[in-house]
Design a binder for this molecule. Sequence first.
Ligand code: ZN
Length: 172
Amino acid sequence: MADENCSICGRTAVFYSAYLKQNLCKKHFEHMVFRRIRAAFASNGLKAKDCSLPRGNSAPAGMIRFLFKDSKGGGIRLQTNTLEDFAVSVMEYFAFSKKPNISVNSKGTFSPLYTTSEKEIAAFLDLKGINFHEKKRKGLDAELLGILEDIEKRRPGGMLSIVKIGRTLGLI
Ligand SMILES: [Zn+2]
């Protein structure tokens, strides 16, 4: 990464997005993350300022608290589930008929990171100098995530497609 330049502005890149096929500098990486999360809110008809923040010290919670520090503690409780969490849930449904127990937007909660991967979250927090704890998965969840990461490597955006199918079918 050290020798790569941002595909947009030519500054030193800090992140390679396989999905966008772009190297991104700090500024454009952060823009990409903000844009994605804004789009997640907009497509669910929500406003970030009306949300209250999650507890805990996982990487997703840290990222949400950083991004939404001005939110007002309104009626919608933000959840820390990530793209990986939802992709694993949808895979569990297809492979084992296990009904997902997380949802993107229901019962006064919303998961603003459902289209953001944990690699992006880790990179984002790292650039802010914020410590984080990686999510640990065991057993079936860990195996399914391994399969999903393989799919993602062969076809960047594959995990997002699986999550979108899950949304279309009303699973998550
Ligand atoms: Zn740039």
